[in-house]
Design a protein around this ligand. Structure first.
Ligand code: ATP
Ligand code: FE2
Length: 324
């Protein structure tokens, strides 16, 4: 079965094509603001303007005709409403044009399923850390359960905010990473864990206050050490509770070397395995939407056009799982 997937939840417009055996293409364009964070209207304009170019590139890179596509999957939520709207319009149009099924998928679950497709993980406890989301998710008794999550800002968003304060452009995560690599020094601040949940806004504010008084690299390193240790501690607690032997790290922040090191070490100490998808499948991409669409389509899932409205707040634990 050949499935085309469209990702448009935030800054990335991505289209991928998969079948059971192969990933046929993974094309994307990322909106990069001149300054500040992601403005919903500007990001959606980017998606609107790049759509045709990306579809043409997908057409060239895929070795079969796009008219052979059996299903078109799209991110139905969660995400930025205006950005999601562009994705669903492209999806409906292509589904009608190629007489293909339409399948709305949950973006968070797609991050997890591409993680299991591209690694050897089978039923992992997932730490999903991106600009918009920070969650620990497990599949238990027929549903994906959010075991822990941020109570305020997402980890990636916190990194982007701190980087902005340090005068670096978006996305800030890689800038903070480069700065932090320059030192081993850390200063005392608040540890952002609350039971199984995380809370990053106090840590960002405290680090923002230190900018100017402390060296930039010390601020960056302190943020990384506290923020990542807390996330890995919450992941470890979830794994201990469910006796899980597999951890999967995904989302844009999963590309961070220090975070990967911490997850690897925690797993080694527990006798568990740590899995990291290739970077292009950690960040937002259309291929993960195509893959999630494929597994749902094979289980008979379909989305009628009249049920294809986007849902900016669609949580992974609200999804009725018919495919496992
Ligand atoms: P979602 O819709 O799932 O919330 P997103 O729109 O935030 O995703 P992603 O591509 O998954 O998009 O993640 C982007 C985030 O990843 C940004 O906040 C960025 O700063 C962060 N990031 C990227 N590279 C790194 C890195 N090396 N270290 C830390 N953070 C990183
Ligand atoms: Fe994402």
């Amino acid at each position: 079965m050949k499935v085309l997937g469209i990702e448009s939840t935030a800054h990335t417009l991505g289209i991928g094509v998969v079948d059971e055996d192969e990933i046929h293409c993974n094309v994307k364009s990322m909106f990069e603001p001149d300054e500040g964070g992601i403005h919903p209207r500007e990001a959606s304009e980017h998606h609107y303007q790049k759509a045709l170019q990306i579809i043409n590139e997908v057409d060239q890179k895929t070795e079969f005709e796009l008219s052979e596509i059996d299903a078109v999957a799209f991110s139905q939520g969660p995400g930025i409403q205006q950005c999601l709207e562009i994705g669903v319009v492209i999806a409906r149009t292509l589904a009608l044009k190629y007489s293909a099924e339409l399948i709305g998928v949950n973006h968070c679950l797609a991050h997890i399923s591409i993680g299991t497709r591209t690694t050897e993980a089978e039923n992992p406890t997932t730490l999903y850390v991106s600009g918009g989301n920070t969650q620990i998710v497990e599949f238990r008794s027929g549903r994906y359960r959010v075991i822990g999550e941020t109570l305020d800002t997402a980890l990636g968003n916190a990194l982007d905010k701190l980087a902005r304060k340090l005068s670096y452009p978006h996305p800030g995560g890689p800038e903070i990473e480069k700065l932090a690599e320059k030192t081993d020094e850390i200063i005392e601040t608040t540890y952002p864990i609350k039971g199984m949940d995380l809370s990053y806004s106090g840590l960002v504010t405290d680090m923002e206050r230190k900018v100017g008084d402390e060296k930039d690299e010390v601020v960056a390193n302190t943020f990384q050490e506290y923020a990542y240790s807390a996330a890995v501690e919450a992941l470890e607690r979830a794994m201990a509770q469910s006796q899980s032997s597999e951890a999967l790290l995904t989302g844009g922040v999963a590309m961070n070397t220090r975070l990967r090191e911490m997850v690897t070490k925690m797993c080694e100490e527990r006798g568990a395995k740590a899995y990291f998808p290739p970077p292009e499948y950690c960040m937002d991409n259309g291929t993960m939407i195509a893959h999630q669409g494929l597994i749902q389509a094979k289980a008979g899932d379909r989305t009628e056009i009249e049920d294809s409205q986007v849902d900016p707040n669609w949580r992974p634990d609200e999804v009725k799982v018919s495919w496992i």
